[in-house]
Ligand binder design. Structure first.
Ligand code: BES
Ligand code: MN
Ligand code: ZN
Length: 510
């Protein structure tokens, strides 16, 4: 998808020549002050009339379009509601922008101007505002049209201008735009990869995406093929890949941005199953097509490494993707098979559908070679996560309080919230095997927890966080800036985490 162009401009609402002028308003925002009054006067009191008749109330998700009939240089005026001012956070602005941009597209306008809102959530800076507007606009207008003869809702919106009144705001606003483009573009990349069907997005295709990123950004790339995996002893990843004709890949991307080349890196590991049939423990047919997105974690790691390199973040970052397709072929693993993982620990595979933790066990064990300052894995790991958390929270587990707090903060700031779950050793009795060091399923209760606890056995003593995104990676319906289908949720959290870690935060969270 072509990414929308975004830039900032100093100017006034009553002189800006644009196809559509977007104004974000809170409930009960008085039109008597500021820009509202100027526009209201130009339109002969139309805005005040709309407010008085309660035709436009400023509720979150409310959008209204007015033609200006030459009374303003702007052809159309679009009002978008932010909801009640005391409840205003950055995500309300992102959502309002998502609805507004859809209205712009519906009006068949190819570019528009949005006025920097004067309602500012507590603790947010002007660059936070422009980052958020940029994200809402790019993410809200996302469409995946690769396999369609005709785009379903018209051409995309090509450009957005953020209109500011104060000249000294231009530079922080441009900085926010730069970050907003980076996070939104990364999310769009993930959505695209997840939307592609698995006959296209094979492990080999994932590897070529990694190659393109390395070429584009100059990050270091290593791809291990099956032979090397065998030599190293990645029995878990190889076991999962055995039922498929698609050869597995093990991808390592290394970005050096820290002043010191040997600074301990942040290491990200992403589950990359290009399709999950369940293997011999075959999944039911219903909704199985959604398992084309079982590579979301890996796509998010690719996108995050690319974004960190483009933003030239001053830190060292390593992205690791164990990549395979989980199929029930003639050479597939059987329930009861025992595999020896890269760590040396043996696992009895009681259920071939619990494949994510298997490939991640080799990914995490490999990650410890880099002595990470922070080790984070992200995975569409368990159906139990969906049951426990529904659609609005990512499951978080971890061994390090500081790291967990940093992830929680980044999630709040990005509007991709995490919820912590317990990683108590008591649950390990559910993972005991009669024949091997452990088994890969934990029986009835606490499925999200036993999966996380399984992973914890492969991370050594490094500060580690596991994110289960099975709850959020796929949306059942279209929302403000989230499409139906693959969401890319987790990407902005990871990038925000890295931004917070590498730059002096100029503001607190929203
Ligand atoms: N990829 C699935 C988890 C999943 C389910 C992601 C629904 C997104 C939506 C994973 O590989 C899986 O199949 N997990 C099993 C584990 C079970 C066999 C212990 C599950 O959750 O059913
Ligand atoms: Mn599975
Ligand atoms: Zn899976």
């Amino acid at each position: 998808m072509n990414i929308m162009r975004v830039h900032a401009k100093q100017g006034r609402v009553d002189t800006d020549r644009t196809e559509a002028l977007v104004i974000l308003l809170c409930e009960d925002d008085s039109l008597a002050t500021s820009d509202g009054a100027v526009l209201d006067r130009a339109l002969g009191g139309a805005l005040r009339e709309l407010q008085r008749s309660r035709e436009f109330e400023g509720k979150l998700h409310e959008v209204m379009l007015l033609h200006t009939h030459g009374k303003l240089p702007a052809k159309r005026l679009i009002l978008a509601g932010l909801g009640k001012r005391p409840q205003l956070g950055l995500d309300q602005i992102r959502q309002a922008m998502g609805y507004a941009v859809k209205r712009v597209r519906q009006a068949k306008a190819s570019s528009f101007t949005v006025v920097l809102p004067n309602a500012v959530p507590p603790g947010a800076s002007v660059s936070d505002l422009s980052q958020t507007l940029t994200e809402g606009s790019i993410l809200g207008s996302y469409q995946f049209t690769t396999y369609r003869s005709e785009a379903p809702v018209g051409k995309g919106v090509a450009a957005m201008t953020i209109l500011v009144s104060q000249k000294n705001h231009l530079s922080p606003i441009s900085e926010g735009i730069r970050r907003g483009i980076a996070t939104a573009e990364a999310t769009v990349f993930v959505r695209d990869l997840c939307n592609h069907p698995s006959n296209v997005m094979t492990p080999t295709k994932i590897a070529s995406e990694a190659k393109a990123i390395a070429k584009d950004t100059g990050v270091n790339l290593k791809i291990l093929e099956q032979k090397e995996m065998e030599r190293l002893g990645m029995g878990a990843l190889l076991g999962v890949a055995k039922g498929s004709h698609e050869p597995p890949k093990f991808i390592i991307l290394q970005y050096h941005g820290a002043k010191k080349k040997d600074d301990s890196p942040v290491v990200l590991v992403g589950k990359t199953i290009t399709f999950d049939t369940g293997g011999i423990s075959l999944k039911p047919a219903e909704n199985m097509e959604q398992m084309k997105a079982d590579m979301t974690g890996g796509a998010e790691v690719l996108a995050t490494v690319r974004a960190a390199a483009r933003l030239k973040l001053p830190l060292n970052l390593i992205g690791i993707l164990p990549v395979a397709e989980n199929m029930p072929g003639g050479r597939a693993m059987r329930p009861g098979d025992v595999v020896t993982t890269l760590s040396g620990k043996t696992v009895e595979v009681q259920n071939t559908d619990a494949e994510g933790r298997l490939i991640l066990s080799d990914g995490l064990a490999y990650a410890t070679r880099f002595k990470p300052a922070a080790l984070i894995d992200i995975a569409t790991l368990t159906g139990a996560c969906v049951v426990a958390l529904g659609q609005f929270a990512i499951g978080m587990f971890g061994t390090d309080t500081t790291l967990k707090a940093a992830i929680t903060g980044a999630g709040l700031r990005a509007g991709e919230r995490v919820w912590e779950m317990p990683l108590w050793e008591e649950y390990f009795e559910q993972l005991r095997s009669d024949v091997a060091d452990m088994r890969n399923i934990g029986g009835r209760g606490g499925g999200m927890i036993t999966a996380a606890l399984f992973l914890s056995k492969f991370v050594g003593d490094y500060p580690w966080v596991h994110l289960d995104i099975a709850s959020t990676d796929w949306s059942e319906r279209e929302r403000a800036y989230i499409p139906k289908g693959p969401t890319g949720i987790g990407t902005r959290l990871l990038i925000q985490f890295l931004i917070n870690r590498s730059l002096k935060p100029e503001s607190t969270e929203a």
